[in-house]
Design a protein around this ligand. Structure first.
Ligand code: GLN
Length: 354
């Protein structure tokens, strides 16, 4: 009960602060209005974004997961990986941090591939909830008796991601975890590692996610045991990545499922397209609309401070910086990606000039 109260208090505090952060993101980027006369190189665009936002101190670490609360807020790294396998970096791009919600992207790819697109729509849903990532209210609002939509909502918020984990093949939590971890590792191009400290820290304080799982089960939209599902879900939030890993993982989606560094076929083009569509509608939770409106790229964030944006057919841009805005998205991560996307002209909705 006390933990529930503190989570609610955290969300209330951060939502009051959200207007301030929105202003900061818009105002701290004056180059937004002036299109560069000459398109810079990718390395120049990264270096500029790195330098421009290095001193930004806005945002706060996720406080409801004790491991994340202690992250070094000064760390800041940017990586871009192109679909032809070139890697560009600035700052702490090789620093390992917990993937958190960005794992939901690769679980979505796994579930789409193994269960099919219809199953995703009928058993989880693909509409934005417009509510915070851990909302239990969204489950009630999407209750099919009221709206005709499946209550998990979509696979990039906690409820839908927990339902997605429950759909993964395997008789035991270990078997399910292995399937998911292998998929994520193939996206990264090397064997990732589980951060046991993060896993233990989250498992010690996980009542809210467990409540979501039980609520979904009550509506017959959880497809395995709630406690076992939350165990696997928490493992997937707890593997470590670097900004460079995230850029490789995103670039694999940008190239229709072929990892541009290892050349392994990790998923197919149709699956990549559907994953990117869900990232566009729900990758930054309740601020996904503002993000797409301002930046024009599908992206996904995690409360560990990572964020990755994908430019289909071209590249992925990933940033690590732990302080978050009210919705749970890295403040500097959003600023840096917005800057790079603008300078390189990457908005997918912009009609190319002849
Ligand atoms: N492990 C976190 C949670 O379930 C992930 C949330 C996130 O990154 N948005 O609350």
């Amino acid at each position: 009960m006390t933990k529930m109260k503190s989570l609610t208090a955290h969300l209330l505090t951060v939502s009051v602060a959200s207007y301030a952060f929105f202003g900061i993101i818009s105002e701290a980027y004056p180059r937004d209005v002036a299109k560069p006369t000459q398109t810079p190189s990718i390395q120049q665009a990264i270096d500029q974004a790195y330098a421009h936002y290095k001193t930004v101190t806005d945002g706060t670490n996720a406080s409801y997961i004790s491991y994340l609360a202690k992250a070094d807020t000064k760390l800041y790294g940017i990586a871009v990986v192109t679909t032809d396998g070139k890697i560009f970096k600035a700052g702490d791009a090789d620093y390992l941090f917990p993937v958190e919600s960005i794992a939901k992207v690769f679980t979505l790819a796994h579930v789409l591939k193994t269960q099919g697109s219809d199953a995703l729509q009928k058993k989880i849903g693909v509409n934005a909830t417009g509510l915070p990532f851990n909302s239990a209210l969204a489950i009630e609002l999407n209750n099919d008796k009221l709206t005709g939509s499946p209550p998990p909502g979509n696979p990039l918020v906690n409820a839908g991601a927990i339902a997605a984990v429950s759909l993964v093949e395997g008789d035991t939590p270990d078997a399910k975890w292995e399937a998911l971890f292998n998929t994520a590792s193939a996206f990264a191009g090397h064997k990732l590692t589980l951060n046991k400290d993060v896993y233990n820290s989250e498992m010690a304080d996980n009542e809210h996610n467990l409540a979501i799982a039980v609520l979904l089960r009550s509506y017959n939209y959880l497809y395995a045991d709630p406690a076992e599902t939350i165990d696997v879900y928490t493992r997937e939030c707890s593997y470590n990545v670097t900004a460079k890993d995230l850029a490789v993982m995103g670039a694999t989606l940008a190239s229709g499922g072929i990892n541009p560094v290892t050349h392994q076929s990790v998923t197919d083009a149709a699956t990549s397209a559907r994953v990117l569509a869900v990232m566009a509608t729900a990758g930054l939770y309740n601020t996904s609309g503002e993000w797409l409106y301002n930046v024009g790229l599908p992206a996904k964030s995690g409360v560990g401070g990572g964020i990755v944006a994908v430019v289909p057919g071209k590249m992925a841009i990933a940033v690590y910086s732990s302080p978050l805005d009210a919705a749970g998205n890295s403040v500097r991560g959003q600023m840096a990606i917005k800057s790079i996307a603008h300078d390189l002209g990457l908005n997918i909705f912009t009609v190319p000039t002849k």
